[in-house]
Design a protein around this ligand. Structure first.
Ligand SMILES: Nc1ncnc2c1ncn2[C@@H]1O[C@H](COP(=O)(O)OP(=O)(O)O)[C@@H](O)[C@H]1O
Ligand SMILES: O=C(OP(=O)(O)O)[C@H](O)COP(=O)(O)O
Length: 407
């Protein structure tokens, strides 16, 4: 059965709860926190505009980063996101600095047709009075019920969060009469669905970035589907440690070493790991660096792929017909550690052009990286979801999508 979409809803005069994924990269500029890449906001605009143009009163929900302590809340307010949204929409966006309570309820009651508000980071509910209670992230039933009570209908356009079963997507959907997909959600499902049904081979997956525990199980499943899986970025050091290599102070998740070891044994030459790294003595662009080939010495950390790894990855990609990439190959935000990510971006452009390959890049930071390289429009599809697109490509049912009403 087909899913309900925003076009199926009666919107005029309705309080429309909208889950978007505005988990965007931030930076500091002149002492102020600002959005450094607005791709995910731009991607949600068609649905937001559609709701407003049809007389809906839009109430936007999003998370931003991960909140584990009261301190984390300081740098992760939704306020700069609200400002960027207002600039992009060309109309005022009310920002409510609360996730529940009278201030939020009054602001919603004051909304007129065609007006929009966004409230504070939904994950602020994960820490209450200094205690990590994960009300949002563990889908607290009372929270989903409360948020659902604030509106008449629910539109879920947060594809990037569809692999999470949280209060602000699945919780609301379970407590409201109608949940519809937004245009972005529809577009992502359509493209990614087509790409996985019958991927042209060789099919190469590239997984990097920093979310080791999240993505290591994805690697396990991708090894069953893809012809080669390249593991780079911060992900690789847990695998290096499993291989007995010295990793210095590199990113590492000790409790995933056993699984990494198992994957290395099972995968054989399907799994492609870096053979060298750019090692740095601190997490800073001006760090002292050297190319580490036989493990990383004490006091140093791997922050980018080394030249031999780049050549190895390029050779694996050279005849690919389908490529899925999530997670940068290094700390690309710092120019001195952007080479690995840059090289992969360029190779993907090449295989798209020369092999006619389908190339898909997913994830907030990975998308920011290909945009920084200026190659986004030369690839087949830029997905707003990293983990979400990978899990979708694995063939998993994503809870956020499953919770959308059938027509
Ligand atoms: N070797 C590394 N050490 C530490 N962090 C890294 C390393 N390589 C990449 N990263 C970081 O990983 C982050 C992106 O990871 P992730 O969130 O998994 O990607 P995405 O948002 O594209 O899904 C970037 O901020 C990048 O700096
Ligand atoms: O940025 C996201 O995921 P991604 O980094 O895999 O693209 C989503 O907003 C989900 O965030 P989460 O992985 O903190 O739940």
């Amino acid at each position: 059965m087909a899913k309900l979409t925003v076009e199926d809803l009666e919107l005029k005069g309705k309080k429309v709860l909208m889950r978007v994924d505005f988990n965007v990269p931030l930076k500091e500029e002149n002492g102020e926190v600002v959005v450094s890449n607005d791709n995910r906001i731009v991607a949600a605009l068609p649905t937001i505009k559609y709701v407003l143009d049809n007389g809906g009163r839009a109430i936007l929900f999003s998370h931003l980063g991960r909140i584990k302590s009261e301190d984390d809340k300081k740098g992760l307010s939704m306020k700069p996101v609200a400002q960027r949204l207002a600039d992009l929409l060309g109309q005022p966006v009310t920002f409510v600095p609360a996730t529940e309570g009278k201030e939020l309820e009054d602001a919603i009651a004051g909304l007129e047709d065609g007006q929009v508000l966004i409230f504070e980071n939904t994950r602020f509910e994960d820490v209450v009075n200094g205690e990590e209670v994960k009300r949002e992230s563990k889908n607290d039933p009372e929270l989903g019920k409360y948020w659902a009570s604030l509106g008449d209908v629910f539109v879920n356009d947060a594809f990037g969060t569809a692999h999470r079963a949280h209060a602000s997507n699945v919780g609301i959907a379970s407590n409201i009469a109608q949940t519809a997909a937004g245009f972005l959600m529809e577009k992502e499902i359509k493209f990614l669905g087509g790409a996985v049904e019958n991927p042209e081979r060789p099919f190469v997956a590239i997984i990097g970035g920093a979310k080791v525990s999240d993505k290591i199980t994805i690697i396990e499943n991708l090894l069953k589907k893809a012809d080669k899986v390249i593991v780079g970025g911060g992900m690789a050091f847990t695998f290096d440690a499993a291989n007995g290599k010295a990793i210095g102070n590199s990113l590492f998740e000790e409790d995933k070493v056993a699984l990494a070891k198992q994957l290395i044994e099972e995968a054989g030459d399907k799994l492609v790991l870096p053979v060298d790294a750019v090692a740095a003595d601190k997490f800073a662009n001006d760090a002292d660096t050297y190319i580490a080939e036989d493990g990383i010495k004490d006091g140093y950390m791997g922050l980018d792929a080394g030249p031999k790894s780049i050549e190895l990855f390029k050779s694996v990609l050279s005849d690919a017909k389908t490529v899925v990439w999530n997670g940068p190959m290094g700390v690309f935000e710092m120019p001195n550690f952007a080479k690995g990510t840059l090289a992969i971006g360029e190779e993907l452009v090449k295989v798209t052009k020369e092999n006619g390959a389908t190339t898909i890049v997913g994830g907030g930071d990975s998308t920011a990286a290909v945009q920084q390289l200026g190659v986004a429009d030369q690839l087949s599809h830029i997905s707003t979801g990293g983990g979400a697109s990978l899990e979708y490509l694995e063939g998993k049912t994503l809870p956020g999508i499953a919770a959308i009403s059938e027509k």
